[in-house]
Design a protein around this ligand. Structure first.
Ligand SMILES: Nc1nc2c(c(=O)[nH]1)N[C@H]1C(S)=C(S)[C@@H](COP(=O)(O)OP(=O)(O)OC[C@H]3O[C@@H](n4cnc5c(N)ncnc54)[C@H](O)[C@@H]3O)O[C@H]1N2
Ligand code: MOO
Length: 422
């Protein structure tokens, strides 16, 4: 690893040049300010997918509810297991999952039992059927078994009254299954966060409209829609707002009146038609502007009426990078979820990466296995913040710390994968 590629975060970097706020500091400040919603809703279990548990959810039952067999075989008394030689036990009945044996297993007796069947009274051990010989009404056991083996005890997975899903847990497929396993038809979740979003810019055209000279299709509202939909927030798409201070003021007020969070893209830099920051200044409060990152430097964060405001830079890649680094963690916190840092890995980079000093760069990478099966990352190619196809080609960000001056092939880098298992 070369010297310039070490260190993955900005926490220890000094003040960034030009009054830019380091990425970690900006994220910390945002997460410190936003607070979770408090309204609780009860929803049918399947509708809880992606929602956040409003409080600790307790189990009304033991899971498993009854002590049962983990194997197909024979339920016996541990005291009857032979230490050496063989022992014949009389088979006195059968226990199936859902059809228990209602007698008692006495000394010298066994019950044929299937996986999941309730352990019959008297028996405390299950011997797998592959380990025995059946001869008519008797079963012959050899040595080598442990008393208590192959038995699942009542409450060993979840105990009645115990917390099965903690407050702030996001319901994933596993949580749906866990809640179902204790028989919960409905669960308490926090209400969805309401997010209003719009694009700004006179050059923006809707799909289906012809493009004049200098026009572009409004793609940001589509990538934003996708990222927000994935988070399961309630969406309010306010369309495209012209680069006009009056129109912008109206749109800002309308959005803030209806939403917990307002997100815009474009018009947040220093150009002559960049009215976003000054509108926020006039109607609310700018709490942060300009981050030491690339892309995404002119991000604005603040308060607008009762809503939190994120003014994302107009460049299409900048929108996605700033959303994932700042807006997504803030929305999780507001949704009541425990916020964790995006997972990061250190892997060798097979490409040469150019980088300017002073800003953390979120370059687009492809995480893949090389010929030896090792995980490596390579660049998607040109990294301009207008090249949205680089996001489509990527499956991870390559995070280059502010102090790095570039990467040589073989250097280790930090990556944030886009997808996990859930
Ligand atoms: N003198 C300076 N100029 C710029 C600076 C700077 O510090 N000093 N910063 C640059 C950086 S970095 C960025 S990022 C951009 C961001 O500026 P804005 O947020 O004001 O964005 P716009 O100028 O409105 O648009 C930038 C670019 O993105 C296109 N765009 C905007 N909205 C959409 C949309 N909804 N869908 C598709 N494409 C969109 C727009 O047409 C522009 O090409 O400022 C730099 N300038
Ligand atoms: O920060 Mo800008 O987003 O580099 O293009």
């Amino acid at each position: 690893m070369s010297e310039h590629a070490t260190g993955s975060h900005d926490c220890c970097a000094g003040p960034a040049p030009g009054g830019l706020l380091p990425v970690e500091e900006a994220r910390r400040r945002i997460l410190e300010q936003v607070t979770p919603v408090t309204t609780v809703e009860r929803v049918a279990l399947r509708d809880a997918l992606g929602r956040v548990a409003a409080r600790d959810i307790l189990s009304p039952i033991d899971v498993p509810a009854h002590t049962n067999s983990a194997m197909d075989g024979y339920a016996v008394r541990g005291a009857d297991l032979p230490a050496e030689g063989e022992r014949a036990l009389r088979v006195v009945g059968t226990a199936l999952a859902g059809a228990p044996f209602d007698g008692v297993v006495g000394p010298g007796e066994a019950v044929r039992i299937m996986t999941g069947a309730v352990m019959p009274e008297g028996a405390d051990t299950v011997v797998m059927q592959e380990a025995v010989r059946r001869e008519g009404e008797t079963v012959i056991l050899g040595p080598g078994h442990e008393p208590g083996e192959n038995v699942r005890h009542a409450g060993e997975d979840l105990a009645r009254g115990g917390v099965v899903i903690g407050a702030g847990t996001v319901f994933r497929p596993a949580e749906l299954g866990v809640a179902a396993s204790v028989g919960l038809a409905e669960v308490p979740v926090l209400r969805r966060v309401r997010v209003a979003f719009f694009s700004t810019g006179d050059e923006l055209r809707g799909i289906g409209e012809p493009l004049g000279l200098g026009d572009v299709y409004d793609s940001n509202r589509y990538s934003l829609y996708g990222m927000l939909r994935r988070l399961g927030v309630e969406l309010l798409d306010l369309g495209v707002i012209r680069d006009d201070p009056e129109a912008m003021r109206e749109a800002f007020s309308e959005a803030a009146a209806q939403a917990d969070v307002v997100i815009t893209s474009g018009g947040v830099s220093v150009g002559e038609a960049d009215y976003v920051k000054q509108t926020l200044d006039a109607l609310g409060e700018v709490r942060m502007w300009r981050i030491a990152m690339k892309p995404g430097k002119p991000l604005a964060f603040g308060r607008l009426g009762g809503a939190w405001f994120f003014g994302l830079p107009g460049n299409p890649v900048s929108v996605m990078v700033t959303f994932y680094q700042f807006v997504q963690p803030a929305l999780w916190r507001m949704a009541g979820a425990r916020v964790t840092r995006p997972p990061e890995l250190r892997v060798p980079c097979v490409s040469r990466l150019r980088k300017g000093r002073g800003r953390t760069e979120f370059q687009r990478g492809i995480l893949e296995t090389d010929a030896e099966g090792r995980w490596v990352v390579r660049s998607t190619g040109p990294q301009g913040s207008g090249i949205l196809s680089s996001m489509a080609a990527a499956n991870c960000f390559i995070v280059l710390p502010a102090g790095s001056e570039g990467v040589e092939p073989g250097d280790e880098v930090t990556v944030q994968p886009f997808h996990g298992l859930v």
